[in-house]
Design a protein around this ligand. Sequence first.
Ligand SMILES: [Zn+2]
Length: 307
Amino acid sequence: MAEIAYFCSEEIAEKSWMIRNFGDATPAICYLVEGKDYSLLIDSIIGIGNLKAYCETLTQKPIILVNTHAHSDHVGGNFHFDHCYMHHRDISFMQKSYVGITKEVIFQTAKNMAPKEISEMMVPDDNFTDWNPIKIYPLYDGDEFDLGDRKIEVVYVGGHTEGSIVLIDHKTRICYSGDACNGNTLLEFPNSTSIVEYMKNLLHFKEHQSEFDKLYGGHETFSDTSIIDEAIETVAKVIAGTDDKCEETGMLGTPVLYAAKKKKDSYGREDGKRFNMSYVPSQIYGPAKTKQVLDAKQLLPAQPNNQ
Ligand SMILES: [Zn+2]
């Protein structure tokens, strides 16, 4: 049987690759950046295929994994690695979501997301792996990955999740922005921050705006940085109550509001701007969530029943 080409990649800048599953067929995107001393993998997408083995065909340097946030379409390939780095405010969510997940579950999820012709060929081989207790190292705003000849800075932009970050490569002037600020920024989740807190973090993001020229996100890319200004303008309207408040059903099947009116049957905004966001009104001011609670259920695998 022909080997399944789970990944494809494109060099977007010097020693910097965009990696996807099956081209455009699956929307999640991750990035590999090679330095003199080591390579940094930014996100691990949805867990289809052995991403670590694929990255080793692109770089001979040791690979360090960092996640922009803990959603399943950004951490799905983490368990082929023995570690990851993520913002400390997403660690609890990561543990809660993944402890005990089996290879079969990851395989089935991946199978459901793959294009039909690939899905039919897939078998639960070494391209899939069980949850295992990898080390998760906490990141904080301002931390830096020093790859030897390039430095990549962590900037905290919590909103979409409490621990969302972006990573700025100062050598190529690229910002790897995950889901922090894009055309469909979802602020509707229980672990999203309040909208007011998101605004504070966007203003912090804007302080770094002069340090990069484009955004490479987890689902789409932007060839300039003006989406940050559009985000601040849109969020200000939400806080003031003057946004378009378009009712839709959210990802969790519950009602959400979209801040800007979309074109009919389209994802784009009616006014031609690119930033848009979903939210639930009760989370505009929301309770400030500043701590993680690490109880045993979140940190330890389920114990076998001995009786
Ligand atoms: Zn996400």
